[in-house]
Design a protein around this ligand. Sequence first.
Ligand code: AMP
Ligand code: MG
Length: 398
Amino acid sequence: MISVEKATQIVLENTSDFGIETVPLGQAVCRVLREDLIADRDFPPFDRVAMDGIAIRFEAFEAGQRSFAVQGIQAAGSQQRELQNLSGCLEVMTGAVLPRYADTVIRYEDVEVKEGQAIVSTDDVRRGQSIHRQGSDRTKDAVIVPAGSILSSAEIGVAATVGKALLRVGRLPRVVIISTGNELVEVDEMPLLHQIRKSNVHTLAAAISVEGLQTQMLHLQDNKAEIRKKLAQSLATSDVLILSGGVSAGKLDFVPGVLEELGVKKLFHKIAQRPGKPLWFGKATNGTTVFAFPGNPVSSFLCLHRYFFPWLRQSRGLPPFEPAFAKLAEPFSFIPNLTYFLLVKLRSGNDGQIWAEPKKGGGSGDLANLVNSDAFAELPAGQQHFAKGEAFPFFRYR
Ligand code: AMP
Ligand code: MG
């Protein structure tokens, strides 16, 4: 049995590289960018009118002129026009190119246009106002989004602006989520007294889908030959196997033995933690990574958030996950010398402090308690009493 810290270290030393692929812009959100997004033009690409109104030459205004003959309209999407004489004006729309020879825009709110004249009703006009200058935000060839960034909606807008209909991004792993156990039936089946519906695969798949990954599901009966055959297939066709159940000390817990028979190198088995102690972690010779979680629903859920997601994050080339801290809202005791992952409900005080309210629940089989909580607070081994106000890292799942 190893410590949580050691297990974390081993997991993060065994990240994978899933390679690069090209995807359409519409599928790129949440992916990790694998090229720089470079300004193909200045931002903005021309002196852009920033208000609906009139464009004038400031000299005329400065000399006291307040009435300007309207020479036409410069609309957004039209080629640049020009002021025919320096004492006239063009009506201009937001997003239009600033007309040639004009250098100042006065918004309609400060102008009355009638009978071909625009009469300015304010003396508060500054040279160059209401113009978004060419290149004032970014200049051509500037790197706007560097490779390695996560593509949120903000970066998607930049990609669109610089003409990237296709983007090079990190490929996502093919993940198979595997349940094990003779007691499990499908969601749409009516369980007999000694059976339960399988929930873990759905919980795990739902959590993973939030990260944008597609997953496949598979079920294995507690039958060694079946487990061997199906695991061999999954190992050959997936980047990651996430198993739940069959890794503890029971007579029918065949998973660790079969994995090793199939040549998956065990990197560790069992962590000094509760829940989730029997976690088995290994890597096959072809690079497929195996996270075999215990079957109790809270255990597999904790293991996914505590070990798999940080591993996934670093495998995708993102910086290490740094948990935030919350203060315990109530004192808590846990006597065994194990790291305890306490389910907590988080709330933020108006002092900016995050508070974690313990929701102990019925233990690792109590999946209903996940509904009452938001996160697992990590309480270190070797300490038995945890005071109100003491701060601990937490792993939130919503
Ligand atoms: P195991 O780790 O296989 O010994 O399973 C521990 C407990 O988790 C048992 O009570 C199982 O019935 C339960 N369990 C295992 N897999 C699942 C699953 N996919 N959904 C819900 N409960 C499960
Ligand atoms: Mg089982």
